[in-house]
Design a protein around this ligand. Sequence first.
Ligand SMILES: CC(C)(COP(=O)(O)OP(=O)(O)OC[C@H]1O[C@@H](n2cnc3c(N)ncnc32)[C@H](O)[C@@H]1OP(=O)(O)O)[C@@H](O)C(=O)NCCC(=O)NCCS
Length: 171
Amino acid sequence: MNPQDGITIRNELAGDTEVIAVIVAAAFGSEAESRLVSLLRARGEATISLVAQHHGSIVGHVMASPIRIDPTLAGSYLGVAPLSVQPEYQSQSIGSQLMEAVIAAARTRSVDALFLLGNPSYYSRFGFTASHLQNEYGATDSFMHLELQPDSLCDANGTARYVAAFSDANT
Ligand SMILES: CC(C)(COP(=O)(O)OP(=O)(O)OC[C@H]1O[C@@H](n2cnc3c(N)ncnc32)[C@H](O)[C@@H]1OP(=O)(O)O)[C@@H](O)C(=O)NCCC(=O)NCCS
């Protein structure tokens, strides 16, 4: 099987929520990330939610939600999280296709920059670099950004903050 041949990326639909929850929990091996996905959706903060389908079955998911920069920096910023691929389908480029698609979707929405927390060896391939902004998690190299509008963050300083669902999903 070569899943890359049969993969379609599309926006989440209303009927997808249960299967997304199952895939996110299977990918992470815990419920916290699927709680986060549900909370972001319920609060209207799932700015972008995409699924990867393989011959009609959902096998991956990615979400992006608002980021606020303190002190206030005008512009539109999103955090990409979580990114999930069903375990049997991992390492077959589905995560990469979801990342390329969420970046493209953010571009069409005129988002200025994307942020994420993750392994630099994976996310650098999509153009993410270690962010000079602070984050709420004390992360260093793993807190990364991608400017979609050139130099949108070059004069920025302060802290990039995720919406409250990120802490609420863990309580
Ligand atoms: C991370 C994840 C989304 C990647 O999706 P994928 O479809 O397996 O990734 P791709 O096939 O596009 O890329 C595979 C590459 O990513 C690497 N990779 C996968 N997960 C990685 C991780 N957590 N850290 C670093 N590298 C990782 C693989 O080693 C492989 O490297 P190679 O291209 O040099 O061989 C998927 O493995 C997953 O769902 N993991 C569990 C959940 C998770 O950790 N999500 C990310 C944090 S939000």
